[in-house]
Design a protein around this ligand. Structure first.
Ligand SMILES: NC(=O)c1ccc[n+]([C@@H]2O[C@H](COP(=O)([O-])OP(=O)(O)OC[C@H]3O[C@@H](n4cnc5c(N)ncnc54)[C@H](O)[C@@H]3O)[C@@H](O)[C@H]2O)c1
Ligand SMILES: O=P(O)(O)OC[C@H](O)CO
Length: 380
């Protein structure tokens, strides 16, 4: 049960910056501006900054969406960061380090840095909050990560959803959650940064697998089996790295897994579908117009899994399909084990025992919250 924090207070019009004017950075800038924050969005390309600043549009990434009048944009990193109390970072994971190095001289001493990204750094295997902690002179208590069922275009259209804000400091999570909320976006909080970040990373890999079987032409049974086995795989991995299993049963795990695996808006799902249709990884990368984090995460995640002795048969098969050594038609749950003996079905209950945490209690609490339309605690 997440302890209640001292409620952080936020002044209306708190100055924040968003780095990265892609689909998610622009959408999150809208979430914050619609929630009353004073938002400056940094776009790498001056012409994009000008369109957002003057036309309140981002036709590259959010066509047809009217952005808030109050939202400002600039291609100048120093101007975007000047006076920002909270900085939300939404660049491709593999470019985070270089962007933090560029941003560091312009950051306020006590600024809270919030990761909106769902990847691991390929060269180090580090989560985004770990890269932030390594590059910046900052306490983990001033770092947060946000994850959940957050397909950008649906949120930009103000369709209601929720996310979890995670920090080792519950007060920091609360301060961020108080800004990242409005009448269509609700933020819950927790202190399980490991589980929250890995949930966002791992669901991408299962979504690639779902896309592959979709592209092959398999139906809902196969996909439901992979989603179910995939959640156990995600939970095993995250718990091995210190996560609470219940986080993986929440918005950052199960919630995001459902949204990403079911939606054609998902870039990871789309990339998987192209793979299932027989395109090579290089062809898929060429075709994808937007960041597809899962493709870069497969290798580092499997290395991290091996280091902890965690088996990830679905992710391993995604690796093989990407490498061209497995026919996409052969990726399916019953092929995730090569044993002739009938396997015991490892379930979330086992993960609970495995993880030693009240996983089912959190699943029941989630259902109670849904029954009570989310009037439960702020904890997720
Ligand atoms: N799009 C979504 O629905 C969504 C939702 C939640 C989280 N995310 C996460 O947000 C992060 C950003 O993804 P996105 O969906 O906005 O991607 P995107 O492809 O829509 O936008 C990426 C942005 O980063 C910019 N960029 C590319 N290389 C850069 C570099 N080296 N330095 C600075 N900027 C660079 C691009 O110009 C673009 O503006 C990812 O980690 C993704 O997993 C995305
Ligand atoms: O388009 P994807 O697959 O990166 O998914 C977008 C968001 O992470 C969904 O929560």
């Amino acid at each position: 049960m997440t302890p209640r924090a001292k409620t952080a207070t936020v002044r209306p019009g708190t100055r924040v910056a968003v780095l990265g004017a892609g689909s998610w950075g622009t959408t999150f800038a809208k979430i914050l501006a619609d929630g009353g924050a004073d938002v400056v969005l940094w776009a790498r390309r001056p012409e994009l900054a000008r369109e957002i600043q003057e036309a309140k549009r981002n036709s590259d990434y959010l066509p047809g969406i009217n952005l808030p009048i109050s939202l400002r944009a600039t291609a100048r990193l120093d101007l975007a960061l000047a006076g920002a109390e909270q900085v939300f970072v939404s660049v491709p994971s593999q470019s985070l380090r270089e962007n933090l190095i560029a941003a560091e001289p312009h950051l306020g001493a006590n600024a809270i840095i919030v990761s909106l990204m769902k990847g691991v750094e390929r060269s180090s295997g580090l989560r985004m909050s770990e890269v932030i902690e390594q590059v910046l002179p900052i306490s983990p208590d001033n770092i947060a990560a946000i994850s959940g069922p957050n397909l950008a275009l649906e949120i930009a259209k103000q369709q209601p959803t929720a996310a979890v804000v995670s920090s080792t400091s519950l007060e920091t999570a609360q301060a961020v959650a108080l800004l990242a909320r409005n009448d269509y976006f609700r933020s819950f909080v927790n202190t399980d940064v490991i589980g929250t970040e890995f949930g966002g990373v791992l669901k991408n890999l299962i979504a690639v697998a779902i896309g592959i079987v979709d592209g092959v032409g398999y139906g809902e049974n196969t996909k439901a089996s992979i989603i179910t086995r995939g959640l156990v795989e995600m939970t095993d991995f995250a718990v091995a790295y210190g996560a609470h299993p219940e986080t993986l049963a929440g918005l950052a795990g199960l919630g995001d897994l459902i949204a990403t695996c079911q939606s054609p808006l998902s870039r990871n799902n789309t990339a998987g579908r192209l793979l299932g249709q027989g395109y090579s990884q290089s062809d898929v990368v060429k075709q994808m117009q937007q960041t597809t984090e899962g493709l870069a995460s497969v290798g580092p995640i499997l290395e991290l899994a091996k280091a902890k002795g965690v088996e990830m048969p679905i992710v391993e098969q995604v690796r093989q399909v990407l490498a061209g050594t497995l026919n996409p038609r052969d990726i399916a749950p019953h092929l995730t084990t090569d044993s002739d003996e009938p396997q015991g079905e490892r379930t979330l209950d086992d993960a609970q025992a495995h993880g030693g945490a009240a996983l089912w209690g959190s699943v029941k609490r989630a259902f109670d919250q849904l029954r009570n339309s989310g009037r439960g605690s702020l904890g997720d």
